[in-house]
Design a protein around this ligand. Structure first.
Ligand SMILES: C[S@@+](CC[C@H](N)C(=O)[O-])C[C@H]1O[C@@H](n2cnc3c(N)ncnc32)[C@H](O)[C@@H]1O
Length: 239
């Protein structure tokens, strides 16, 4: 990935792993996919039921990893003029890294087969992440874009695309962030602000204001814990 920062660099990898281990994000996403795509799963099961065992292999799904930036795939398709079409395309927590939101959605939508679906999972516009990153745009927004569900739906509307929105409830216990001697707290603050060292990256005033915002605007207090709102939006775009 040339110019844009990806989430898979240095300490951010550890931060992401820590976050995934301490939230239900992946199981909540999986549950949402199962709920939202029930019709698609049922259609697939029906096709499999009607096929004899000897024919079964024709229903196995071929799977190949093509590791490349979304922008490179776009260039490759445009250069070859080879528009392979898909039943399902997903963008789970990755839209923040694309160069141009509307062009990306328009392009991948154009690759859908009839009745295909494009699934975009992104931070909710009222989540703690959006509140934090919108409030501290100047200090935080670097190479990663601060896209959220409202911006994605604005793009979908501007393209005239039909979509459904489903909320994925998710939360993150950030209580340790408010204990200055906690290593876990420091790690979580580094991850939330995408900095290598939260305590060295901002002035004391900004740090204090950020902690106040994290506690009072991005989270709720429950059973003595500070619980960060990490809700996601699942946008299911129709072909
Ligand atoms: C925050 S991670 C999410 C990973 C995983 N989907 C999940 O939900 O845990 C962001 C993902 O976006 C990918 N990514 C970053 N920039 C990208 C780009 N320009 N094109 C395609 N994928 C990109 C990263 O490689 C990474 O897999």
């Amino acid at each position: 990935m040339d110019t844009l920062k990806t989430c898979y660099e240095n300490e951010t990898v550890e931060g992401l792993q820590f976050y995934l281990e301490h939230t239900n994000e992946h199981s909540a996403i999986l549950q949402c996919v199962q709920d939202v795509l029930t019709g698609e799963f049922q259609r697939f099961k029906k096709r499999v039921q009607h096929c004899s065992l000897s024919n079964y292999t024709k229903f196995t799904i071929p799977f190949t990893w093509h590791i490349m930036k979304s922008e490179d795939y776009m260039k490759q398709v445009q250069a070859k003029g080879n528009m392979k079409k898909f039943d399902f395309i997903h963008m789970i927590q990755m839209i923040y890294y694309v160069d141009n939101l509307t062009n990306t959605i328009k392009f991948y939508h154009s690759l859908l087969k009839d009745n295909g679906r494009l699934m975009i999972i992104v931070e909710m516009s009222n989540s703690g992440w959006t509140t934090l990153w919108n409030t501290y745009k100047e200090e935080l927004v670097d190479n990663v874009k601060d896209y959220n569900s409202e911006m994605v739906t604005a793009s979908l509307k501007s393209l005239g695309l039909k979509y459904e929105e489903h909320v994925i409830t998710n939360s993150f216990d950030i209580t340790e962030c408010f204990n200055p001697s906690s290593q876990t707290g420091k790690r979580v603050l580094n991850f939330l602000t995408e900095r290598e060292n939260f305590y060295e990256s901002f002035t004391p005033d900004i740090r204090a204001d950020m902690l106040d915002l994290l506690r009072n605007k991005c989270s709720i207090e429950k059973d003595g814990k500070i619980v960060f709102n990490s809700n996601l939006s699942c946008l299911l775009v129709h072909a």
